[in-house]
Design a protein around this ligand. Structure first.
Ligand code: AGP
Length: 618
């Protein structure tokens, strides 16, 4: 997820640059590993871009003292293709400075287009998918002589999710934008107009906006805003007035980043799934550059991670062992390297990390590689240390996760490890192609199901507020519900500072049941009755045992599970999913509960006490 800004104004001055940089400041939450601006001037385009935080770009702009301009593009990046470097920062130039482009999204067919352009003699300056669009646009400009027509030709070649903004050297008072499955809004000013990934880009200048629809191209000058669909037919977007304050706009209208990121989860899963299937319908993980023969010889998998990321690894264990029949261990990274693990060249180590900078996990990766193991990093942050030191990376595309307690990254990590498991099963033949496609089809349906769960949040929030004074809370789960119980307990600890503990439900009678007393709140993640039916029956009897001792049970169960209603205190139903995919829908209710209970207690859910977003020390 990146932040993009477009501006076109009535005069030749520094306002375009000021508006672009100011907009990028408000959009930094969307991405902050590199930034850049393109200025359209009568003498041509002027581009300044730098890796690193926005202030590095601002220092470069101050030093470069760029010329006055009439239009500007701005971009703050969350890298998906190409590490965060000056060269990979946006804007990207097409046709020797003929045009400049900024992009938010993923161009799925970038590799094919890149080869086509290279065969035509195009020399690329970056590793990004975006630069492909810049060169396509330049070529189309030569053919059409019109920026709007050129954009229409360009987007006709692209597959994937993208928002593109472009300027051209011969029309310095025009900005053209296009969107497909990626946000873009227009800000309407007086003699000036704005474009942004969201209203935060321009809310300090205007609250009058236009909402662009799917597959639309907008042509913006100081006096006009024209919108056409990808077929070139004029459309009339809906105007609206932004009623958020500037601060709320940075959070997309949500009160906190935590709330925003819980709601971002369907998109985080969808983006992590994007572009993973080739033309023949086979799973492709093009960034997973480990020799297939090596992967076929793997006889053990060890997942190393910390905290929430480790719980994602626990979910992955069930899926990978079921699909691939490879023994899979999950190790807390800080324990892994001190227990003298048995690791060799036939061990595949999977390091899961949102930040890619967790020192415990970095040290585990180094230890594993010293022992000869191959390491795959499942990471959300491009250009971070763990993917750099691993043999290969499989990126989650959850976008920047600002709240310290992880939510959308967790579901994206689970999604990515499912893809890894399916890829290994496809490669080793433990699943037939149709079986892989069947699971992928189920995964494609998950974002909507997670959206349905989140749509039912009010009831969960009401339940949380009714329990604002609870003490210690237990979380029980079985099979893939067990790591969900661990994560639910961690969320409550992190956000509401309430002691909570997650258990495997089968462990209850081996001790933890001594904790059950009248009024004790116990969350139970119930496995599907359509899966291993005996597990479902056993968990129901666990619920009866704790009910009999006066506990208050809150049960997460799948729609249609009527049996559970007879034994549970409260039931939160979630959409039916295949057994192994259930954590993606059973986790959000626990996140929402913890977030709302903490809010009811007046706590800061974005930056809880004592916690750091990335633990970069051991
Ligand atoms: C998540 O809610 C926690 N903040 C923490 O457990 C986190 O998952 C852990 O520190 C690992 O971080 P990483 O994913 O960036 O490696």
């Amino acid at each position: 997820m990146c932040g993009i800004v477009g501006y076109v104004g009535p005069s030749l001055d520094s306002r375009p640059m000021d508006v672009a940089v100011g907009g990028l400041r408000r959009l930094q939450y969307r991405g902050y590993d590199s930034a850049g601006v393109a200025l359209a001037t009568p003498a041509g385009l002027h581009v300044v871009k730098r890796a690193g935080k926005l202030e590095i770009l601002e220092a470069a702009l101050f030093e470069a003292s760029p010329p006055p301009a009439t239009a500007a593009l701005g971009h703050t990046r969350w890298a998906t293709h190409g590490a965060p470097t000056d060269a990979n920062a946006h804007p990207h130039i097409g046709g020797q400075g003929r045009c400049a482009i900024v992009h938010n999204g993923i161009i799925e067919n970038h590799a094919v287009l890149r080869q086509e352009l290279a065969d035509q003699g195009v020399v690329f300056a970056s590793d990004t998918d975006t630069e492909v669009a810049a060169h396509l646009l330049a070529a189309a400009l030569e053919q059409t002589g019109d920026l709007t027509a050129a954009m229409l030709r360009t987007v006709a070649r692209l597959e994937g999710a993208f928002t593109l903004l472009a300027v051209a050297d011969d029309v310095p008072s025009t900005v053209v934008g296009a969107r497909r499955s990626s946000p873009l809004v227009v800000g309407l000013g007086d003699g000036e107009n704005f474009l942004g990934s969201d209203v935060a880009a321009f809310i300090e200048h205007t609250r009058q906006a236009l909402e662009l629809g799917e597959d639309q191209v907008v042509t913006m000058t100081p006096q006009s805003v024209k919108v056409v669909d990808f077929a070139g037919q004029e459309v009339h977007p809906r105007p609206f007035t932004v009623d958020w304050d500037a601060n709320a706009a940075v959070k997309g209208g949500f009160p906190t980043f935590m709330n925003k990121e819980i709601h971002d989860q369907p998109d985080a899963i969808a983006k992590t799934l994007l572009g993973r299937v080739d033309q023949a319908g086979r799973l492709q993980l093009d960034e997973l550059r480990i020799d297939e023969a090596v992967l076929r010889r793997v006889d053990k998998i060890v997942v190393v991670a910390c905290g929430t990321a480790a719980y994602a690894g626990h979910v992955a264990k069930y899926a990978i062992e079921h699909w691939c029949r490879i023994p899979t261990e999950v190790e807390l990274a800080h324990e892994f390297r001190y227990r003298d693990p048995v690791v060799d060249e036939k061990t595949l180590v999977v390091a899961i990390s949102q930040s890619g900078e967790t020192m415990d996990t970095i040290m585990a990766v180094r230890h594993a590689r010293d022992q000869g193991a191959k390491v795959i990093a499942v990471v959300n942050t491009m250009g971070s240390t763990i993917p750099r030191e691993a043999d290969a990376a499989l990126y989650t595309h959850a976008g920047p996760e600002i709240a310290v307690a992880s939510t959308k990254a967790f579901l994206a990590q689970i999604t990515a490890t499912y893809l890894l498991g399916l890829y290994l099963a496809q490669l080793r033949g433990t699943l037939f192609a149709d079986e892989v496609r069947a699971v992928l089809a189920e995964l494609e349906a998950i974002p909507d199901k997670v959206g349905d769960v989140i749509a039912g949040e009010d009831r969960i929030r009401h339940l949380a507020r009714s329990m604002a004074d609870i003490g210690s809370v237990l979380f029980l789960g079985r099979h893939v519900g067990y790591p969900v119980a661990l994560e639910g307990a961690l969320k409550l600890k992190e956000l509401a500072y309430i002691h909570a503990e997650g258990f495997a439900a089968g462990e209850l009678k081996h001790g933890p049941i001594a904790l059950i007393e009248p009024g004790r709140v116990v969350f139970v993640v119930v496995p599907s009755p359509r899966g291993r039916d005996q597990l479902h029956a056993k968990v129901l009897s666990n619920i009866s045992e704790i009910n009999a001792r006066g506990a208050r049970t809150v049960v997460i169960a799948e729609e249609g599970d009527v049996e559970v209603a007879g034994v549970a205190g409260e039931v939160v139903y979630v959409p039916q999913t295949p057994t192994l995919l259930a954590p993606l829908v059973t986790t959000p209710p626990l996140q929402i509960f913890a977030c709302e209970l903490a809010t009811a207690k007046g706590l800061d859910v974005d930056q809880p006490r004592n916690l750091a977003k990335s633990v970069t020390v051991e």
